[in-house]
Design a protein around this ligand. Structure first.
Ligand SMILES: NC(=O)CC[C@H](N)C(=O)O
Length: 381
């Protein structure tokens, strides 16, 4: 049980001048970044630890956040990656059989600034109407609106920012943890049939777990590893991970992916990896208004018309108008019609804008992982 301490003030400012006065729920201090809203009703710990949220301050539209506390298992990377957290209400009690720490203690121990007790519906309407805004939170007794506004205006924005090389791993490593089950927690990799090299632009663990569950022997390599080193490992397949920031400045990745595409090794990309595959194939990307962040987004498979409910987290998108002849659109968002999946018609390469690995979210798109296995099987047959 947790009794709330006397509250400390916090102020959120947006670059458009909007101000929100609330209560500090994490570390005292200040933070700035791009403010985005996420509509997932569960999964705040996975969201906070998703490296794709680097330099973004996340507001959750679901009003009660923290009810189930946090634990050591529900992480998508080795630390909290979001630049800050904005919520409506932090419940007095965290209760779950898996609860190990309150959300508030977790934020504090990770030195993350957060704010609660603000009108997150008003904030979300601003972000929805005007698009994601640069913003800042200042938390602590001396917090002032002037300082929050100053920081919000000083943040340069994500456009043109290469963050993949900042969040990537320092050195290559092997991954063998598999998916979670109620009976046994996280499992170990199934017997391996394929060697996969995964470029880490900010990879979410659950992607690696889902590959491991399908028998992939995975080597994760830093974002700037050249294609020659990856090809020298003789992979059966190459995976392009999700990650933060703008894909366009990641020239090292675009060049390296282009080199891999010259071979006939199967390539699968998710989110930033999807955008990089498109750039390497000659298509263009663009910054969206408020982007897609949530666990309830309908996406249509253009091959058979089926609709899947998907997990999403992106602020850039591949511009469908720029697709060259050798790329086919495979999926579209039913929220705004933007492109959600592509396939090269001349190579065993495809990618998805949303998150088939969920974490958090539904697993409707999990079969995309099986497609990667099918392509590797086909090539080795
Ligand atoms: N989740 C991701 O990989 C996000 C990709 C990219 N940073 C975007 O915002 O569009």
């Amino acid at each position: 049980m947790r009794i709330q301490a006397l509250s400390t003030p916090a102020i959120l400012a947006l670059a458009d001048g909007s101000l929100f006065y609330g209560t500090a729920i994490g570390a005292d201090g200040e933070t700035s970044g791009e403010v985005v809203f996420n509509t997932a009703m569960t999964g705040y710990q996975e969201i906070l630890t998703d490296p794709s949220y680097s330099r973004q301050i996340v507001t959750l539209t679901y009003p009660h956040i923290g009810n189930t506390g946090v634990n050591k298992e529900d992480v998508e990377s080795d630390r909290v990656q979001a630049a800050g957290l904005i919520i409506r209400d932090l419940p007095l009690l965290a209760s779950s059989w898996r609860n190990e720490q309150t959300l508030e203690d977790y934020l504090r121990s990770n030195n993350i600034v957060g704010i609660a007790d603000i009108d997150t519906r008003r904030l979300t309407r601003i972000l929805r109407d005007k698009g994601s805004q640069n913003g800042a939170i200042v938390a602590g007794e001396g917090a002032t609106a002037e300082r929050a506004l100053e920081l919000a205006n000083a943040f340069p924005g994500l456009k043109g920012m290469d963050l993949a090389k900042e969040v990537t791993c320092d050195t290559a490593y092997q991954w063998s943890q598999s998916e979670w089950s109620l009976e046994g927690g996280y499992g170990e990799r199934n017997e391996s049939s394929f060697k996969v090299v995964a470029w880490d632009y900010g990879v979410k663990y659950n992607i690696l777990r889902m590959l491991a569950a399908r028998g992939c022997d995975i080597t994760v390599v830093p974002a700037q590893t050249p294609a020659s080193e990856v090809l020298a490992m003789n992979p059966d397949g190459v995976f392009l991970s999700n990650g933060p920031g703008d894909p366009e400045p990641c020239d090292y990745a675009i060049t390296a992916i282009r080199e891999v595409l010259e071979t006939n090794i199967p390539v699968f990309g998710i989110c930033l990896g999807h955008q990089l595959l498109a750039l390497a194939s000659g298509a263009g990307t663009m910054k969206m208004g408020h982007g897609h962040h949530g666990a309830n987004h309908p996406v249509q498979d253009l091959a058979d018309g089926t609709v899947m409910i998907t997990s999403q987290n992106h602020g850039f998108a591949v511009d469908e108008a720029t697709l060259p002849d050798n790329i086919e659109a495979t999926h579209k968002s039913l929220f705004d019609g933007t492109l959600q999946g592509i396939r090269r018609t001349d190579k065993p390469a495809y990618s998805f804008q949303g998150h088939p690995e969920a974490s958090p979210g539904p697993h409707d798109v999990a079969p995309l992982f099986d497609e990667f296995i099918r392509l590797m099987n086909e090539r080795s047959a």
